[in-house]
Design a protein around this ligand. Structure first.
Ligand code: FES
Ligand SMILES: [Fe+2]
Length: 414
């Protein structure tokens, strides 16, 4: 049935209704698609010292992410190898991970330390914690469930590190974090995130505050080419640094999808604060404001918007067929004095925009729930959304048509 739906999927049109609400399709995604996706689950500032750990939900499974000191960051299922108890109830810090039930203890690197009560013949080396794939890139910690089949992150790391370093993400700290639970399928949330066609009717503040809307939110070729010209002039005035590049990798089930590009915020704004004026100390390699916005798509479920003096991490967390959490984290430089930062000025733009997105996506989900719903055509201003849906359908076809192993050709778009 799913294969039939995928076969009848029209390129450039939204998905058939079951993809947005059907529990079986969600179960298939959960079993076959999500386990192979890298997701940003934390930032190094969440686990600052050796032994610090956080508990997070990754595609419905609870994991522990640990700062293992010289061994880097590690992640495990929050399941004891004795009789299965949860080990950590929440974020914390301890030199070992100790299960509260019978006090088995595990090294930060996962090995079972408590061996004295083991029955004869039981090999303690077989009772280490169940690992989850974990990789730190430029201060962001990414995890994935299917440790044997995760796509390589090497290309993403190579492409993203100069940009993450330029923006000082490694040495950032959390200034604010908010969650926007959204009653809608994760694909509706992402489809909305990938287009700005809705920006004029739905985001008056965002529409007023960003120059790119001339090309992304309205069909006006003259305004669009005027904007492209402004971007070209802005780019020409910058050093041709390695971070100032546009790289898009379409990805697939065997390659992590990522994108990085920069453009000016425009309209004379130096940063994405409420007024466009500086809101925190400059970050990373910036010695002055260039008024730029850097976009980094990190896999399918993570996005970082980085400005000269702050950055905003978006985590899209599928919870169920009709439930998705959206978590926003605002970062500033580690040296910044949080008491001196105007949190409203810092968070205004993305807070108001994300609350509006929650509202419009929930209305979209309610409409799609109706049997009257039929797929509709994406306009030219929704090209990225059409690309995401096409990518999704291609991955699902691939996963349905094979067991595992075959490499998809990697498609570099630009
Ligand atoms: S279940 Fe963890 S020590 Fe027994
Ligand atoms: Fe939006």
């Amino acid at each position: 049935m799913i294969a039939d739906l995928l076969a009848s999927q029209r390129e450039g049109w939204s998905l058939e209704r079951p993809f947005y609400r059907d529990a079986d399709i969600y179960a298939l995604e959960n079993d076959r698609l999500f386990p192979r996706q890298w997701s940003v689950v934390a930032h190094v500032a969440d686990l600052p010292q050796r032994g610090a750990h956080v508990v997070r939900s990754l595609f419905g499974q609870e994991i522990i992410v640990v700062n293992a000191g010289d061994h880097g960051f590690r992640a495990y299922h929050n399941v004891c190898t004795h009789r299965g108890s949860r080990i950590c109830k929440g974020d914390g810090k301890s030199p070992m991970l100790v299960c509260p039930y019978h006090a088995w203890s595990f090294q930060l690197t996962g090995e079972l330390k408590t061996t004295r009560d083991l029955p004869a013949g039981v090999d303690p080396t077989q009772l280490g914690l169940h690992p989850v794939a974990c990789r730190e890139i430029g201060g962001l910690i990414l995890c994935g469930l299917d440790i044997a089949a995760m796509p390589s992150l090497d290309a993403m790391e190579q492409a993203m590190l100069p940009t993450l370093r330029q923006h000082g993400i490694e040495r950032a700290k959390v200034a604010a974090r908010r969650s926007y639970p959204t009653r809608a399928n994760w694909k509706l949330v992402l489809e909305n995130f990938y287009e700005c066609y809705h920006c004029r009717p739905s985001h008056p503040e965002y529409f007023r505050m960003n120059g790119h809307i001339a090309a992304t939110a309205i069909s006006d070729p003259a305004a669009a080419s005027d904007w492209e010209e402004k971007v070209a002039i802005w780019r020409a005035g910058l050093d041709d640094a390695p971070y100032n590049r546009e790289i898009r990798v379409a990805g697939g089930v065997d390659e992590a999808r990522f994108t990085t590009y920069r453009h000016p915020i425009g309209l004379g704004r130096r940063t994405a604060s409420r007024t466009g004026d500086p809101v925190a100390p400059l970050m990373g390699g910036f010695t002055d404001y260039d008024g730029g916005e850097t976009a980094l798509h990190l896999g399918m479920f993570g996005f970082l918007g980085a400005y000269n003096d702050h950055a905003v991490l978006f985590q899209f967390v599928p919870i169920g067929p009709d439930e998705t959490d959206v978590v926003l984290t605002w970062f500033v430089d580690a040296e910044a004095d949080l008491a001196a930062i105007d949190e409203d000025a810092l968070t205004f733009l993305w807070d108001v925009t994300t609350r509006q997105d929650k509202g419009i996506v929930e209305e979209n989900a309610r409409g799609v729930d109706s049997p009257a719903y039929r797929p509709g055509p994406y306009t030219v201003l929704e090209a990225q959304t059409a690309g995401f849906v096409s990518h999704y359908a291609a991955m699902m076809r691939t996963l349905l048509s094979r067991d595992s192993g075959t490499q998809d050709p990697l498609r570099v778009v630009a």
